[in-house]
Design a protein around this ligand. Sequence first.
Ligand code: TXA
Ligand code: MG
Length: 344
Amino acid sequence: MMTAEPQADDIRRAAERLAQGGLVAFPTETVYGLGADAENPAAIARIYAAKGRPSDHPVIVHLAPGADLAYWACNIPDEAHALVRAFWPGPLTLILPRAPGIPDAVSGGQDTIGLRCPSHPVAQALLRSFAGLKGGQGGVAAPSANKFGQVSPTQAAHVRNEFPELGASDLMVLEGGPSQVGIESTIVDLSRLDQGRGPVLLRPGHITAHDLAAVLGVVPARPDAAAPRVSGSLKAHYAPRTPLLLAERAGIDAIVANAAHCGERVAVAAFEPFRPLVGVDALPSGVTWVQCATDAGEYARHLYALLRRLDEGGYERIVLERPPVTPVWQAVNDRLGRAAAAFE
Ligand code: TXA
Ligand code: MG
């Protein structure tokens, strides 16, 4: 098991594994990815099998810095180049028309392709090494390294826990420390600009609609029925196994008061510390209280590790205090809403 940052040797072995059609999980600044050669349909089928994901869901292709977009996409609008200049390497995925030579397995049969250049140094080293083995233009298809519908991994240990059935010979996991962004990349669709349809924000993330608007000159629209499908946009997604509820602070107080009387085991994540309630002087023994960051970026960085930790605590419920409904919290609110929707 690899626990130290990977050395050049490990990176080369991982790249060779990819070139042979194998799976390699690797760190990115957003979440860990489950990677395979983007141009090898059999390798991509291994991703779907490991995740238990329907095979008509497209996968993001990860590229080394400086990769040639035109190898992967066609009819590339100026807007794409402008976003690449502003935000790559970084947590932004662009959806573009797929180049004719790229197998459609990676796009789940759609005529588009999702491209992203991650900023994590281990991801970049792997992508460079792999592209070298492929003669310069390799890309690594990688969804988040979790079972379909589950919480994305932000640490190498999360990945190993997620795939206990895969041994070291089936899946190599590169260590890269905790992911610094902590939630999945922003996805913007630029595939239909030539049809008069402006940029569409398919998935909010650390790079906000406001950040994109500053480069594009227009605020990206919300998805409509004709927009490409995004599995992360299914209503119930990113869910822990323990029932999860979002509540205002008053609702949390009521749940804690109730737990004091009936002994419910509940985990609470709130923005302020516990304060005594009428008839409840101290935190009831069955209640775990976690105080969360009030900064949206900091909150996002720790969110998935927190959900995994609480999920393992054997609680009957996890209750999260609802964050403010403001633009900086949009991505977090999106993920929390989907996680809670799984239990509605
Ligand atoms: O931050 C991230 O984006 C992470 C890291 C590993 O890079 N990856 C990630 O992948 O979140 P995944 O598969 O869990 O989510 C990618 C989303 C999916 O909802 C998929 O439907 C969408 O991107 N997507 C990928 N290619 C697409 C395409 N050609 N058209 C529309 N949506 C696409
Ligand atoms: Mg995912």
